[in-house]
Design a protein around this ligand. Structure first.
Ligand SMILES: C[S@@+](CC[C@H](N)C(=O)[O-])C[C@H]1O[C@@H](n2cnc3c(N)ncnc32)[C@H](O)[C@@H]1O
Length: 409
């Protein structure tokens, strides 16, 4: 039974919250918090604070639009609606019930509640999920007959609750579908990288289109496509819808202006900047289609893509950044194949790629010793649930190749 609450009035004003500074949280792949901090700061966020798995920030409400449109690294943009202390489940219901939900979206929107917790004393996250849903429904019922329905697969509004030991924070997800879903990937190949992980690695290596980039095992071309979008100054969210467009008081004129500004700033992709290769012909075709999806044939044909075993390739330029995601060898027989293949990779790097910086993201810690190079840098990164390392090798002419000794890099 719904109880009366001081906020139980439907008061949709023309401009509800936009003027006030708002709090946001942007989750990202673990290991990219620093890169996301820099990106958010550049986009105009204030009080930017990285934590494990994401970055908190503040700014006007419309900064949420801008980050959804422009962040290459964030997975979502969560808008903070309430935060308070709690001791048991019913306190979390009250925190959620204190929010004037009918002022945020209509009862026609399908909702999904997701609860995550770190060191929370609550015994059932499912029960908390149910109580937060109850709070939203009760909030609607207090002012009107209709209530939103739950849809966990294709919701319009995602409500996220984050519990620590003492505090519950309620967020509305401004993105909708995760931000790494840019809209250009319409077909899958095995083991593609997440788009925001690829963009994050380019950011970690300081790549902004100023030097040649080469992915000799490009698979579906995620690294190349993200690099093309950076070089062309294309907004990563320019081709997709966002949940915030369904929020009441959505300022369409503000967002239209942001999109128009983004479209006006796009540049063609220069030739001889991006180079890709894969020994699998299907991979090469999918890569081309992904490049076409972001910028048409002009973009795809500006990228040189070959279809040979990497070890037979010449360097595409005297210097540049090689960034790639080799097979991981997750299955035992693949691991044996990988170990047998690594020395050939080392020989190829030494003979062919002197003058380049080479970066490999892999879950196989023995990769550097396998190829016989000592990494100049290793950065822990998560590819989904896989605990990976981004190994960097400086390839000098004359070589700093070392005998294989570092077994557990
Ligand atoms: C893990 S996948 C790369 C996925 C890619 N980063 C993406 O996002 O789609 C590894 C790729 O390396 C390719 N590959 C493996 N060994 C190769 C070799 N010796 N030469 C060229 N390509 C190779 C495979 O065909 C596969 O497409």
């Amino acid at each position: 039974m719904a109880t009366n609450h001081p906020r139980d009035t439907l008061t949709v004003k023309p401009s509800p919250v936009q003027q006030k500074t708002q709090r946001f949280f942007a989750p990202c792949p673990r290991g990219l918090e620093g890169a996301l901090f820099d990106e958010l700061t550049e986009l105009g966020a204030i009080h930017v604070g990285p934590t494990d798995g994401g970055v908190a920030f503040q700014g006007p409400f419309t900064l949420g639009y801008r980050v959804c449109l422009w962040s290459r690294i964030a997975s979502r943009v969560l808008w903070q609606l309430a935060e308070d202390e709690y001791h048991h489940e019913e306190d979390i219901y009250e925190i959620a019930r204190s929010i004037a939900w009918p002022n945020l979206f209509t009862a026609q929107e399908l909702i999904r509640v997701q609860v995550d917790a770190i060191r929370s004393p609550v015994t059932s996250l499912e029960f908390v999920t149910l109580r937060v849903k109850d709070a939203i429904v009760d909030s609607f019922r207090a002012v009107q007959d209709e209530r939103p329905s739950v849809d966990t697969s294709m919701p319009d509004m995602r409500i996220h609750v984050f519990l620590t030991a003492y505090t519950a924070t309620v967020y509305l997800d401004l993105a909708g579908e995760a931000l790494f879903k840019r809209g250009y990937r319409r077909e899958g190949l095995q083991a593609p990288l997440r788009e925001n992980l690829a963009a994050g690695m380019l950011a970690l290596k300081g790549w902004r289109g100023q030097m040649p980039l080469f992915d000799p095992m490009c698979g579906s071309g995620t690294i190349l496509t993200e690099a093309a979008m950076i070089a062309m100054n294309l907004a990563p969210g320019g081709q997709r819808p966002f949940a915030f467009e369904k929020i009441r008081n959505f300022e369409a004129n503000v967002f239209d202006a942001m999109r128009a500004e983004a479209a006006a700033g796009a540049k063609p992709l220069p030739p001889n900047l991006l180079f890709g290769n894969d020994r699998d012909v299907d991979a090469v075709e999918v890569t081309r289609r992904h490049l076409q999806n972001i910028g048409g044939e002009a973009t795809a044909s500006a990228v040189t893509i070959t279809n040979v075993p990497m070890e037979t390739l010449a360097a595409p330029a005297p210097t540049g950044l090689l960034l790639t995601n080799p097979p991981y060898g997750e299955r035992l027989n693949e691991l044996a194949d990988l170990k047998a293949w690594y020395p050939a990779v080392g020989t190829w790097l030494k003979k062919t790629m002197a003058g380049w910086k080479a970066c490999f993201i892999t879950a196989d810690r023995a990769m550097p010793s396998g190829i016989g190079f000592k990494p100049s840098k290793k950065t822990p990164l998560f590819n989904g649930a896989l605990d990976c390392r981004l190994f960097e090798f400086e390839l000098y002419a004359g070589s700093r190749r070392e005998p294989p000794k570092d077994k557990t890099a």
